[in-house]
Design a protein around this ligand. Structure first.
Ligand code: MG
Length: 458
């Protein structure tokens, strides 16, 4: 089969609908996953859920049939957040789960994401084992051992109940505040769970983007520049906070009470500040996460650790560290007490808990702490090994703490720079964060220098 143009990663495959991502491709990967998962856990079901994308129903039918062809029982939970699929895999002791979602990618994309029996995305080793079936052949079931599809309608309610049942979450205090809030689900899969959760938390909700038809009216990534309509809604409705989720509801971004989109990094920083007073412990983020999260951990005396970029890498590092909370600076909050996956409903509950228990407005969590500027850049990958580049940079900055888990990160008390080769393009990504734009740009320039010299570019 031709996989040209398809982006195949450890825990998923994605592509443009009508181009690289065809029903044939989806069927092949779904069948391989089903055969792999069922061989390891015979007799257990596979959970299938999807986001709101236009191609979602078509690919769901394909995925169902492919899983039936390898003898799996399919638990179809409908249009749900990706973290709901992860939770349902655990709830049903399933052999695994498939989420049909391209997350925050543009409207023409879709994807299949592979979830293992513990509710985590597949690790590199598991993904390689599963994809080996594409070479050796997928074992199909004979006519009398085909699978079947069972509908399951309680998944979203179970997710909401699980969030509300978090022992440290002060639901009464949140409800007592009766917060007016604004919400933008960008026509994604959050349109059912988010208003229901906010209602259960006693909030009055003003909302946009609630038609879950996948026809995104703006780029669906919840970065600050895409949240103009939510900012306007916060101002016009008098909300104390604005919440924006991506189409599969694992990332949450915030708008403050003045209508300012404060940037996704603050979601995890605020979640850390919400959790640590009742749950002291370790905090883990990926190496490209803003220092505002590290500062939040340090303010509460928590040990802080880095993990390589990639959700499953963070989840695995959190499991190993026994972390209390962690995630990614892109608005991905992971609370292991619920499950080891990025979860926007959990993030919303934690942010409201923080507002209710501190009595502070959202803007205070920006203005009361050190502020930073992040600058991102990318360069052509040099012909020389990147280790040579890293060694040159380490020699040039002997005062920095170096982390080599995933590319090179150099750390100072108030700034850092991270160089990392892209997994899908022949480029090196450079991210720097410092107290000022000028200082962050200087760090990027410093990092570029050995790259340029060694690559023979002036
Ligand atoms: Mg997502």
């Amino acid at each position: 089969m031709n996989f040209d143009g398809l982006m195949v990663s450890v825990s998923g495959v994605r592509g443009r609908v009508g181009d690289a991502l065809t029903p044939e491709v989806m069927a092949t990967f779904a069948a391989a996953f089903g055969a792999w998962a069922t061989a390891r856990h015979p007799g257990r079901p596979i959970v299938v859920g999807r986001d709101s994308r236009v191609s979602g129903p078509m690919f769901t039918r394909v995925v169902h049939a492919a899983l039936e062809s390898v003898g799996c029982t399919v638990l179809d939970i409908g249009m749900v957040p990706t973290p709901t699929v992860q939770l349902e895999v655990e709830h049903h002791h399933a052999a695994g789960g498939l989420a049909i979602t391209a997350s925050h990618n543009p409207i023409e994309w879709n994807a299949l994401k592979f979830i293992g029996p513990s509710g985590l995305f597949l690790s590199a080793a598991e993904g390689a084992e599963m994809r080996a079936l594409l070479e050796t052949g997928i074992p199909r079931a004979p006519w009398d051992r085909l699978g079947a599809v069972v509908r399951e309608s309680q998944a979203i309610q179970r997710h909401i109940d699980a969030v509300l049942a978090l022992p440290f979450l002060d639901v009464a205090a949140i409800r007592a505040r009766a917060f007016p809030v604004a919400l933008d689900c960008c026509h994604g899969a959050g349109s059912e769970i988010m208003p229901a959760l906010l209602d259960a938390l006693g909030c009055t909700v003003s909302a946009i983007g609630m038609t879950a038809d996948g026809r995104f009216p703006r780029p669906p990534e919840p970065v600050a520049e895409n949240l103009g309509d939510l900012s306007a809604l916060v101002r016009s409705s008098g909300a104390v906070v604005g919440f924006a989720t991506d189409p599969d509801v694992d990332r949450l971004a915030l708008v403050d009470e003045h209508g300012r989109a404060i940037g996704e990094d603050y979601t995890l920083a605020m979640a850390v500040r919400a959790v640590l007073p009742s749950r002291p412990g370790r905090v883990v983020t990926n190496l490209s996460t803003s220092k505002v999260v590290q500062d939040a951990a340090h303010d509460h005396g928590a040990e802080f650790r880095f993990a390589p970029v990639g959700e499953v890498n963070v989840a695995l590092a959190m499991r190993e560290a026994g972390a209390t909370i962690g995630g990614e600076g892109n608005g991905g909050v992971i609370l292991p007490e619920l499950h080891l996956g990025r979860d926007a409903p959990v993030a919303i509950a934690l942010v409201l808990h923080l507002l209710a228990t501190t009595g502070k407005p959202v803007s205070a969590f920006v203005t009361e702490h050190p502020r930073y500027v992040i600058v991102k850049d990318k360069l052509d990958r040099p012909d020389v090994p990147l280790d040579t580049v890293y060694a040159a940079l380490r020699a040039r900055f002997p005062d920095a703490v170096a982390d080599m888990q995933d590319g090179l990160r150099l750390d100072w008390p108030d700034r850092w720079v991270h160089l990392r080769p892209s997994g899908t393009e022949p480029i090196v990504r450079v991210i720097a964060e410092a107290p000022s734009d000028e200082a962050a740009r200087q760090l990027v320039a410093d990092a570029r220098e050995p790259l340029s010299l060694l690559a023979g570019v002036s």
